[in-house]
Structure formats: structure tokens, C-alpha cells
Design a protein around this ligand. Structure first.
Ligand SMILES: [Zn+2]
Length: 126
């Protein structure tokens, strides 16, 4: 099952256009085959080996907005926990292969997130 809509969601579009606005070039929907698994980040900087995910507050259990649904907790609890676990596994798989991972929350200001990413790119290229 696909827990996060991968393309075309608003937070991703806003982040991509903020990155574009800074003149940064990246790939979207670029699959990364790590030793452990195939990963498809929302934004990929192939040369710098930086992978960016935009995480929805609900699906990825953001501490500010990721309140657990009150009904069907038997269903949602494990499901959301599993999502968070999978995020950590993906992060580990990528960093084991020499990638840096940036996770941007859906609630973050896109230009601020883009600035954070740009700093990382600068740091990685020096
Ligand atoms: Zn949030």
C-alpha cells in the first residue's frame, strides 16, 4: 500500500519551486537503488548524493500535527508506527550507501527548508 502520495502533492510542489527559485537543479522521481532497498525520494541531488523527502504530518507522525486518530486505533496505531519505522529504515539504507537524507515536514516553510537543503549541498560539495 502506498502510504504517502508521492508526486504532485502540494508541499512537494512548493518545495520544488523554492529550490528552483534558488537556481538549484535536482531530479524528481529518481529511484535510488541502495544495497538494502529501492528508494524513491521526492527530490534527489544526484551529484551531491542528497535525498530529500517531504513528509506528511499525519502519515509520518509529526510531533506537532501528527495526532493519532481517535477511532480505529487498533488499525492506525501500528500503521503509523510502521510508517515511521520504515522512514528510519530508508534513512539507514541511504546513509549506508553514502547519501545524506533531508526530511522536510509538510508544515515547514518551503523557502526555509530549501535554504537548509542548499546549506547541506554547499557543505557536501566542499
Ligand atoms: Zn506538522
Amino acid at each position: 500500500m502506498r502510504s504517502n502520495r508521492r508526486t504532485g502533492t502540494k508541499p512537494e510542489v512548493r518545495l520544488r519551486s523554492a529550490l528552483h527559485g534558488m537556481g538549484l537543479r535536482f531530479r524528481k522521481d529518481y529511484p535510488i537503488r541502495t544495497a538494502a532497498r529501492l528508494v524513491r525520494p521526492d527530490v534527489v541531488f544526484t551529484r551531491a548524493r542528497v535525498a530529500v523527502f517531504v513528509d506528511g504530518c499525519f502519515w509520518h507522525a509529526c510531533s506537532s500535527h501528527g495526532t493519532k486518530p481517535k477511532s480505529n486505533t487498533w488499525y492506525w496505531g501500528p500503521k503509523l508506527e510502521r510508517n515511521v519505522e520504515r522512514d528510519r529504515e530508508v534513512d539507514a539504507a541511504l546513509s549506508a550507501d553514502g547519501w545524506d537524507v533531508v526530511r522536510v515536514w509538510e508544515h515547514e516553510v518551503p523557502t526555509e527548508a530549501a535554504t537548509r537543503i542548499r546549506s547541506l549541498l554547499v557543505a557536501r560539495s566542499s
